[in-house]
Design a protein around this ligand. Structure first.
Ligand code: PEP
Ligand code: MG
Length: 755
């Protein structure tokens, strides 16, 4: 059956007419005020793509597509759309649609406009949510216009966003279809959306968003609507936030689709929906939720004093996530929490497509409003904040699907921050703070962080933070970069201080900084990594120019161990060791780590130097090597014999295994630096196995597990002994490790035997 009328459908018809079609049918039957209409069924779509030989052409295009490559994704989408728009519908299908359209006109007794709305559905996957991904065509009039709109709806099954989403969720493209809802168009004075439970998880409240004109303005996020929060039982308006609406979308007088009309300044800030209407609509929302026995996301419209329900669907992403902690700090701006969670990081402002590559994993994506082309970059962001939009705009929908904290409708975030700033986002409350803030003492009990066999350490360089972070449930500090103290507390190049006879300044300041951390964390170990500046960085220290050579490739230049035993630097290295000795007089929990150990010979040389300065490894002093050069992986066992353990530096290891300069902007934009590459993982496994063969411990302190939970899981599987992460993800990492350890421990059954 190519066509089904609303009153013939119910909620069980999702496979046939998609969620939207089935729900409109269900609501029509249940007596809710739904504008009349019919659905061009999913089977009609399948019949079109199969009979016209389109399906196989599409599959060829999407087969080996890299959806994270924005350009490639867009090109594929464009090619598919061209096919769909150029291959005509078989005449029998056209006839059926035209006949239904004529019947609808007759029923209403006048020439009416219709809306053609995509209603996606997936064979065998009725629970899949494709909400908000496909096209809607408003104000369609005339038979041929309707046929065109239906074909465009079909083509919208392959928008970049829809392709990306299905790849993400693992839905096969050829099992998904579009049904098209054809429905009398409502010429609304006010319209919007209603969430019968708050998207951030509070089920006792509902939220309504309203804007002048057609609801399209709210759904697309092109205006900032009014937001009303309502207590559901008994009904009561809790808060009203009036959005400043500069324009509205209305039906154009000549039936040529929709158009934007400016709103006079005096009307922009007025309340769009009266209190009585808000309560009337809320009551309807409560009834619809009760009917479905599940929170609903509803589109509504007000036309000539009458409320209409245009669509209702379950809120698939509603989940009351446990708050990770509380943030406090200097407030920058407020918006609406559209997807819960907390994130902190570096601001990247995206104003157009060219800005997308600069968004790196863990950045704060700041924009006016997102669009489908931004999805791959959104996936990399740790949080998203927009100027415009409400809780059902694109940014809100996609971030909820991706599980990324998101705040929309701040009105001014793009003005308040610039690239490189750091901010913290508490999306559960819609608040944006200045700077990268630490989470307040967690509300949860300490005991709620699971115990893990694998130790979780933190990376900490700034002594000022030691006291605060020492309360986190970390097993110690797995990486303390000495460079932080030199750059921020000492500031002078060590060789300059020596030349001036001020060695003491270097030793005492370094010792002071290290001791602060060792004391705060005692008795837990603190692994101090001796200096690992590169020549370009040493040059930036006061007086550095005089002592540092010019190198074309400082990343693979005079750094790490090679520096320690070279005649030019040896005397400064001895000062580092002197400071360590001083701290260890009181804090025996201070362990040592050598960076960038290129060869066995140089490792031995440095060990000798240390011994001569009274620092010999033994039961009382652990000495680790950073394992961050391919030579460390290839000769893991041999290196392991010279130390007590490794800490894998996945940053440098990735750089050197893949040949990707980690500082290169060009390569960064191309996303070539990726620790999850198989070659890098193989090197990591070699290092872990090499350490274990010699009975030594193996840790990892690069950035990868702080950024990618899946990398943490990989490390657990690979048999790592400890992982050192950024302070803000210590608890999260503990939980990931605990989960993974649990799975590993579960016995599995084969032929009735437990293993
Ligand atoms: C690493 O290389 O992974 C590491 C932790 O050290 P750094 O980033 O200081 O080179
Ligand atoms: Mg390194």
């Amino acid at each position: 059956m190519p066509i089904a009328w609303f009153n013939e459908l119910s909620k069980t018809d999702i496979p046939k007419v998609g969620g939207k079609g089935a729900n409109l049918g269900e609501m029509t039957k249940a007596g809710f005020p739904v504008p009349t209409g019919f659905v061009v069924t999913a089977d009609t779509y399948f019949s079109y793509v199969k009979r016209m030989g389109i399906q196989s052409r599409i599959m060829d295009i999407v087969q080996n597509l890299d959806v994270n490559d924005t350009a490639e994704l867009q090109e594929a989408s464009k090619r598919i759309s061209e096919i769909m728009v150029s291959v005509p519908m078989p005449p029998d299908i056209t006839d059926e649609i035209v006949e239904a359209y004529r019947k609808l006109q007759k029923m209403r007794g006048e020439q009416i406009y219709v809306a053609a709305r995509s209603s996606a559905t997936a064979e065998d996957l009725p629970e899949a949510s494709f909400a908000g991904q496909q096209a809607t065509f408003l104000d369609v009039q005339g038979e041929m216009e309707l046929i065109k709109a239906v074909r465009k709806c079909w083509a919208s099954l392959y928008t970049p966003r829809a392709i990306f989403y299905r790849e993400q969720q693992g839905f096969p493209h050829d099992k998904v279809a579009i049904a098209v809802v054809v429905q009398e168009m409502i010429k609304s004075e006010v319209a919007g959306v209603m969430f019968t439970s708050e998207p951030t998880g509070d089920r006792t409240r509902l939220v309504i968003e309203a804007a002048y004109g057609l609801g399209e303005a709210v759904v697309s996020g092109s205006v900032t609507p009014d937001t009303y929060k309502i207590q559901k039982e008994p009904l009561k308006i809790l808060s009203k936030k009036l959005g400043k609406q500069h324009f509205k979308i209305v039906r154009s007088e000549r039936g040529l689709g929709t158009t934007h009309v400016d709103i006079p300044p005096l009307e922009q800030n007025t309340q769009k929906l009266s209190d009585e209407r808000v309560l009337e609509l809320s009551e309807m929302g409560n009834k619809i939720e009760a009917h479905y026995e599940f929170p609903q996301d509803i589109e509504w419209a007000l036309q000539e004093g009458e409320l209409f329900i245009l669509q209702s669907r379950a809120i698939t992403t509603l989940e009351s996530k446990a708050e990770e902690g509380e943030v406090s700090g200097e407030l920058l701006t407020k918006g609406m929490g559209a997807s819960p969670g907390i994130g902190a990081g570096i601001v990247k402002i995206v104003m157009d497509m060219e800005d997308l590559p600069k968004v790196q994993q863990g950045d704060m994506l700041i924009t006016k409003m997102t669009n489908p082309d931004m999805v791959p970059a959104m996936k990399r962001a740790a949080a998203i904040v927009t100027d415009d939009g409400g809780i059902t705009c694109h940014a809100a929908i996609v971030s909820r699907e991706l599980g990324i904290p998101c705040i929309v409708g701040t009105e001014n975030i793009t003005q308040l921050v610039k690239d490189g700033d750091e901010i913290t986002v508490d999306a559960s409350k819609g608040l944006v703070y200045k700077g990268r803030l630490a989470l307040k003492e967690e509300k949860e009990e300490e005991g709620s962080v699971p115990d893990t066999r694998i130790k979780v350490y933190m990376n900490l360089g700034v002594p000022e933070k030691a006291e605060e972070y020492s309360t986190l449930p970390a097993d110690g500090v797995g990486l303390m970069r000495e460079e932080f103290i030199i750059a921020t507390h000492i500031k002078d190049h060590p060789l300059k201080l020596i030349k001036e006879g001020r060695e003491d300044v270097f030793v005492s300041k370094l010792a002071e900084g290290v001791a602060t951390v060792a004391k705060a964390f005692a008795p837990r170990p603190v692994v101090l990594r001796l200096s690992d500046f590169k020549t370009n960085e040493y040059k930036d220290l006061v007086g550095g120019q005089e002592f540092e050579p010019k190198e074309d490739n400082p990343m693979i230049g005079w750094r790490g161990c090679s520096r320690y035993y070279s005649p030019e630097y040896e005397k400064a290295f001895k000062l580092e060791l002197k400071a360590v000795r001083k701290v260890r007089e009181q804090h025996k929990n201070l362990w040592l780590m050598l960076p960038f150990v290129r060869t066995l010979e140089e490792a031995k040389k440095v060990i000798e130097l240390m011994k001569a300065e009274g620092l010999e490894r033994g039961p009382d002093l652990k000495l680790w090597f950073m394992a961050e050069i391919p030579s460390n992986a290839l000769l893991a066992e041999e290196f392991a014999e010279l130390c007590d353990g490794f800490s894998i530096g996945s940053n440098d290891l990735t750089q050197l295994v893949l040949g990707v300069d980690r500082d290169s902007e060009v390569l960064g934009k191309m996303q070539l630096f990726d620790e999850r590459d198989e070659a890098v993982k193989k090197a990591v496994r070699m290092i872990i196995d090499g350490a274990h063969k010699k009975g030594k411990t193996c840790s990892l302190c690069g950035q990868a597990p702080s950024n990618y939970p899946e990398f943490t899981e990989f490390l657990v599987e690979a048999g790592i002994d400890s992982i050192s992460v950024n302070p803000d993800v210590v608890k999260k990492t503990k939980r990931i490790v605990a989960e993974k350890e649990k799975i590993a421990k579960q016995p599995f059954t084969l032929f009735g035997f437990k293993f």
